[in-house]
Write a protein that binds this ligand. Structure first.
Ligand SMILES: Cc1cc2nc3c(=O)[nH]c(=O)nc-3n(C[C@H](O)[C@H](O)[C@H](O)COP(=O)(O)OP(=O)(O)OC[C@H]3O[C@@H](n4cnc5c(N)ncnc54)[C@H](O)[C@@H]3O)c2cc1C
Length: 422
């Protein structure tokens, strides 16, 4: 089969390109010279302007339109919906994720139930191998990893726990990412699997990074080779973008792409705003720029069916890129060719990863205080809350923000921003 997922995708009613018909649209670079705005009674007005068509913006648009009967304009400066989760068929017809691999594990039944209204699921359990000492070894570090790396024969969880305890380095107070790893599995595993990868990813040594960064991928004593252990592990059957098309297919929702909201402020009347872009930009960088780590992506298509044994291979010690991802493992697509993406971390580019350092948390706090006194604007999503949230966390946050919005009268600042834990 060429360029299609295994099952034909059903049509969506109310397509995304339908966008705006009677609303004046400014394109990037347009000037307002000679532009005569339509009189107020000619204009379409909206209850909500939503900035950003990623998970946060799309879920809120859908809830407001379908549950509260609100008219919503959702705008994005990119040329597509779905934010960082955007996927599309490349020139060879392989479904790829433009902003790096997006995998969907969650323990939240509420989030699964909500998204299941807009997609069917393709079961997928994520697997990652790390290239270490010429071998491809399971990540996160587990009993399987140390058995294969050191030629051990640890038979059960208890013997592995004992082994980790014997190689762990005592750390009085765990503060940094180096502390947390060496205190769990010792220095050799830290040096082989974690240090080089983290230095590439963040441009900082783990000793300079908050413990939370490396705590995300905890070592385990079992020989479970899956990357995640969440109760629900699957991918949207027809891809993320298709799912977003369905989320946004409500007649009360209009979509405006290729447009920074600042280009249309004053042209399109609306009552209240939901902002899912970078919070520092919203306040014109008043307290300074919040730092982000970014990525450059190199996509390659290979004229063979498979390129690597699992979806993701990490390269902690070799190459300038951190990892390679072969999409067909994730999507379940049948195709005679295969596409792979290589990720090169950088300080410049789209804002992807908030840098978790105490001075950045302080800076964010200043913006948050400002956000909490700004009436009629609700802040949601990853960039507006300067947190590394996974997709399911952003969906959960958006569902809670919707409840806040419904409970907050016009003219009143939004309640404290909702934060979400795994
Ligand atoms: C490389 C990478 C890999 C990831 N992998 C995973 C994964 O495997 N699993 C997982 O659960 N999560 C993953 N994530 C996280 C996931 O991408 C986020 O949780 C999710 O995309 C957040 O949704 P959001 O709506 O908050 O933000 P976004 O998806 O970033 O959407 C925000 C949107 O706002 C738009 N915008 C910003 N400013 C303006 C403006 N001024 N005017 C108009 N539009 C604007 C942006 O263009 C963007 O489209 C990954 C993230 C990255 C960067």
């Amino acid at each position: 089969m060429n360029g299609v997922l295994r099952t034909a995708e059903p049509p969506v009613s109310g397509t995304v390109g339908s966008a705006l018909q009677s609303v004046p649209i400014a394109n990037p670079g347009d000037t307002l010279d000679g532009f005569v705005p339509p009189s107020v009674h000619q204009r379409q007005s909206f209850d909500f302007m939503i900035v950003g068509a990623g998970f946060a913006g799309a879920v809120l648009a859908e809830r407001l339109a379908s549950q509260a009967g609100k008219r919503v304009l959702i705008c994005d400066r990119r040329s597509h919906i779905a934010g960082n989760a955007y996927d599309h068929f490349d020139d060879a017809g392989v479904l790829v994720h433009r902003y790096g691999p997006h995998i969907f594990p969650t323990n939240s039944q509420r989030v699964v139930d909500y998204l299941s209204r807009f997609t069917e699921w393709h079961p997928y359990e994520h697997r990652v191998l790390a290239e270490v000492d010429g071998q491809l070894l399971p990540m996160p570090i587990s009993r399987a990893t140390v058995n294969e790396l050191y030629g051990l024969d640890l038979k059960d969880d208890a013997s592995c726990a004992e082994y980790f305890a014997s190689i762990a380095e005592p750390v009085e107070q765990v503060r940094t990412s180096e502390d947390i790893v060496v205190s769990r599995v010792g220095r050799d595993l830290y040096n082989k699997f974690i240090r080089g990868y983290t230095r590439k990813q963040w441009g900082l040594d783990p000793s300079q990074l908050d413990a939370s960064v490396c705590a995300r991928v905890a070592p385990r004593v079992s020989d479970d080779r899956r990357y995640f252990t969440d109760s629900f592990q699957a991918m949207p059957k027809y891809g993320f973008t298709r799912m977003f098309e369905r989320i946004l297919a409500h007649p009360n929702i209009k979509i405006l792409l290729n447009t920074d909201y600042r280009e249309v402020i004053g042209l399109i009347p609306f009552d209240r705003m939901i902002y899912t872009g970078p919070i520092d930009e919203f306040f014109h960088l008043r307290f300074g720029k919040l730092p982000y780590r970014s990525l450059e992506f190199r996509f390659e298509t290979h004229a063979r069916e498979w390129a690597q044994p699992v979806a993701v291979v990490n390269y902690p010690n070799n190459h300038a890129y951190t990892r390679s991802t072969e999409f067909k493992h994730l999507t379940g697509q049948d195709h005679p060719k295969t596409s792979v993406v290589y990720e090169y971390p950088t300080d410049n580019g789209d804002p992807y990863y908030p840098v978790p350092r105490p001075e950045n948390a302080d800076l964010y706090r200043q913006y948050r205080e400002l956000a909490e006194t700004t009436p009629d604007v609700f802040f949601a999503g990853r960039l507006a809350t300067y947190k590394y949230y996974d997709m399911h966390q952003v969906v959960a946050q958006a569902l809670s923000v919707f409840e806040n919005i419904v409970a907050t009268p016009k003219g009143v600042p939004a309640p404290e921003l909702v934060s979400v834990t795994r």
